[in-house]
Design a protein around this ligand. Structure first.
Ligand code: HEM
Ligand SMILES: *[C@@H]1O[C@H](CO)[C@@H](O)[C@H](O)[C@H]1NC(C)=O
Ligand SMILES: *[C@@H]1O[C@H](CO)[C@@H](O)[C@H](O)[C@H]1NC(C)=O
Ligand SMILES: *[C@@H]1O[C@H](CO)[C@@H](O)[C@H](O)[C@H]1NC(C)=O
Ligand SMILES: *[C@@H]1O[C@H](CO)[C@@H](O)[C@H](O)[C@H]1NC(C)=O
Length: 324
């Protein structure tokens, strides 16, 4: 390597570090003077919502994830189809994100107390933190101060990992978002609660990759259970527990499931069954729930920092479904 290319490499590294740190503008006390009660207002709405829908935490954290992976955490996913807006919500393959009615309820409650102050993208970050914690998971200091986009990016949804991808492909998409293997494994641990439709994993059950056999990384008893739930010619819409041992609790059983070849999605099981640096991380989280919880909180903060709009960029949307 020439001196010049070493200098160029150092320049790139330093620039990347500075850009990466520009997200440090978010802060846990961002609304302490402008909307000091925002967390309890959000908590009131989501605790009520959870009475009617045990999955609301799973739904909202997934919306936050999909928001952050497309143009950064800027609320773009919440925009409906309108003049000039091609919504990300129904981009193919049907991502089936849900929970937007509850976001509307939260937004209304917050606007009633602090009009025009709290962004829709921050509402997702606050609600995710409250609901993970309410379901038995960790507490972390949600970082706030994001602003909302004035555009959606339907084509950009290709940055979201697909359930048909292998370890290298999902790792690459996380790296593209600035997230490493620890973030990938920790955040996949959100599949400790919530459901998935048969259509998202049925390809593993009968004729995996055209072999005529099921995916060899599914444990035999679990394969039988899943085949019963998802017949070959079924509609594909039947819902299944992402964590069959404790379906609604936020805990580390997701990782022991992977060790037992009982991961539901292909992209879950590859974290343990494909050799790579993720295997040791799965083992570590399976052995220590507190290691998982610490990493999960940190990785949620990392994910929440992706491409945020701050300062005078973007806007504070009044209605999360449309630009002002
Ligand atoms: C590694 C890449 C990932 C892939 C390929 C993936 C894929 C999926 C799929 C296919 C479903 C079922 C959707 C359906 O039935 O239509 C799902 C559900 C879910 N995902 Fe992921 N996911 C990934 C990462 C994440 C991350 C990072 C989070 C959050 C931090 C997350 C949270 C959830 C939750 C909570 C559910 C259940 C939602 C509900 O019950 O409605 N996922 N995911
Ligand atoms: C904050 O919000 C909660 C829930 O809506 C409410 O019970 C409480 O009285 C509020 N506190 C203040 C200081 O407004
Ligand atoms: C996507 O799938 C969900 C769940 O099956 C369904 O309710 C919704 O109508 C679908 N949306 C589109 C645009 O196909
Ligand atoms: C499995 O899929 C392959 C490729 O699509 C096909 O050629 C083969 O006939 C299928 N086998 C069975 C048993 O359905
Ligand atoms: C289900 O699909 C299999 C394989 O494609 C086919 O052989 C069988 O006839 C189908 N069964 C029904 C009830 O449609």
């Amino acid at each position: 390597m020439s001196l010049f290319s070493i200098a160029a490499a150092i320049f790139v590294l330093v620039t990347a570090t500075i850009l990466g740190n520009s997200n440090a503008q978010l802060s846990s006390t961002f609304y302490s003077t402008t909307c000091p009660n925002v967390t309890s207002i959000v908590r009131g709405v989501v605790e009520q919502a959870q009475q009617n829908d045990i999955r609301i935490g799973a739904k909202l954290i997934r919306v936050h994830f999909h928001d952050c992976f497309v143009n950064g955490c800027d609320g773009s996913i919440m925009l409906d189809n309108t003049d000039g807006i091609e919504s990300e919500k129904d981009a193919p393959p049907n991502q089936s994100t849900d929970g937007y009615d509850v976001v509307d309820d939260i937004k209304t409650a917050v606007e009633n107390v602090c009009p025009g102050v709290v962004s829709c993208s921050d509402i997702l970050a606050i609600a995710s933190q409250i609901l993970v914690s309410a379901n038995g998971g960790p507490t972390w200091e949600a970082q706030l101060g994001r602003r909302d986009s004035r555009t959606a990016n339907r084509a950009g949804t290709s940055a979201i990992p697909s359930f048909l991808e292998n370890l290298e492909q999902i790792s690459q998409k996380f790296r593209d978002a600035g997230l490493d293997s620890t973030d990938l494994v920790a955040l996949s641990g959100a599949h400790t609660f919530g459901r998935a439709r048969c259509s998202t994993f049925v390809h593993r059950l009968y004729n995996f990759s055209g072999t005529g056999n099921p995916d060899p990384t599914i444990e035999a008893g679990y394969l039988e259970t899943l085949r019963q739930a998802c017949p070959q010619n079924g509609s594909g819409d039947t819902l299944n527990d992402l964590d069959q041992s404790t379906r609604d609790a936020f805990d580390n059983h997701y990782f022991t499931n992977l060790q037992n070849n009982r991961g539901l999605l292909q992209t879950d099981q590859v974290l343990f069954s494909t050799s790579g640096d993720t295997v040791a991380i799965v083992d570590r989280f399976a052995n220590s729930q507190s290691d998982f919880f610490d990493s999960f909180g940190q990785s949620m903060i990392n994910m929440g920092n992706i491409g945020v709009l701050t300062g005078t960029n973007g806007e504070i949307r009044t209605d999360c479904r449309r630009v002002n």
